[in-house]
Design a protein around this ligand. Structure first.
Ligand code: AMP
Length: 218
């Protein structure tokens, strides 16, 4: 099963992709996570991507398409994948079409998460994650149960993404509207698009996504 979660930064794609992956035994493929790992490892891709990501701009298509195409070939992706943060441009969408056609796979559903702009900025600026296990939190909406202790692994070190700073969030939103939002029309025309409100509680959004995925499977 191949699913795409589409939506602006802060819409909840990562959170929903993780939940859905766990529920359905799929693999979450986040190009943002892959690029952050490359930056942390100091690879050639990471060195090139770092300054671009810090400005909230898009890493060039050929780099992102390359890492995604390589990753999707791995054996753990055979059961199916949830694409989170890819594609982000029409060129990437077209490259994905080619990859899937070559592998004789079909795109089952594209799920657009819709969230009001003011809410996006508020959501992004408060988020942080556990430096050890990656569990995600939010200052206002999802604090740790015990202050400064990870609920999942009890670690006490947390990280905030540099590109979650308010001035960079605005740049990322602009990039989303300019480069990525045309994909909504692209997938609508292909008949794959489903729209879900991402404004409600995580469980409610997850239930709406689940019923789309169930329908797509049929
Ligand atoms: P994300 O974690 O999805 O918010 O991505 C973080 C950053 O990684 C983005 O702001 C971009 O700089 C870069 N990035 C992630 N995915 C892509 C993509 N598909 N195309 C281009 N740049 C990307």
């Amino acid at each position: 099963m191949i699913l795409i979660l589409l939506g602006p930064p802060g819409a909840g794609k990562g959170t929903q992709a993780k939940e859905l992956a766990a529920r359905r035994g799929l693999v979450q493929l986040s190009t943002g996570d892959m690029l952050r790992a490359a930056v942390a490892a100091g690879t050639a891709v990471g060195l090139k991507a770092r300054p671009i990501m810090e400005k909230g701009l898009l890493v060039p298509d050929e780099i992102v398409i390359g890492i995604l195409a390589e990753r999707i070939e791995q054996p753990d992706c055979r059961n199916g994948v949830i694409l989170d943060g890819f594609p982000r441009t029409l060129a990437q969408a077209s490259a994905l079409d080619d990859v899937l056609t070559n592998k004789k796979l079909k795109l089952d559903a594209v799920i657009e998460l819709k969230v009001d702009d003011e809410v996006l900025v508020e959501r992004i600026s408060g988020r942080f994650s556990c430096a050890e296990c990656g569990a995600g939190y939010h200052d206002a909406f999802k604090p740790t149960k015990v202050k400064d202790v990870c609920d999942a692994c009890q670690a006490t070190k947390f990280i905030r993404r540099k590109d979650d700073a308010p001035e960079t969030v605005r740049a990322r939103l602009l990039v989303y509207y300019r480069e990525t939002s045309p994909l909504i029309g692209y997938y609508y025309c292909k008949g794959n698009l489903h729209v879900v409100s991402g404004m409600g509680p995580i469980g409610e959004v997850a239930a709406a996504i689940e019923s789309i995925v169930e329908g797509a499977k049929a």
